[in-house]
Design a protein around this ligand. Structure first.
Ligand SMILES: [Zn+2]
Length: 100
């Protein structure tokens, strides 16, 4: 490995980039989708480029849920407050970065 940064594929656009240029998202049982800010949470993760377009595309087409093999939010939270919190958090993270 030699400390090399592993590449990951963006579930939005399909581009492969160094992991450090991406955001990681996991599904944590009861809480639903969570932004793994420090990339240390366990479980199956999905990666996105640090830009809003990839996030929107992944959400619109259900690509995140498919990559995670799990609905992002289980009913009755689906489309509710948990989803809004998650989106606000991810968008905040993306906006804080230089995009593309
Ligand atoms: Zn992307």
């Amino acid at each position: 490995m030699n400390g090399r940064i592993p590449d990951r594929r963006c579930v939005g656009c399909g581009l492969v980039r160094p992991r450090t240029e991406m955001v990681r998202i996991i599904v944590d049982g009861d809480r639903g989708a969570v932004l793994d800010v420090k990339m240390r949470l366990g479980g199956r993760g999905a990666y996105l480029c640090r830009n809003r377009r990839c996030l929107d595309k992944a959400l619109d087409r259900g690509l995140l849920a498919r990559a995670l093999r799990h609905p992002l939010f289980s009913a009755p939270e689906a489309g509710g407050p948990a989803r809004e919190r998650f989106l606000a958090q991810v968008r905040g993270e993306l906006d804080g970065q230089a995009c593309l």
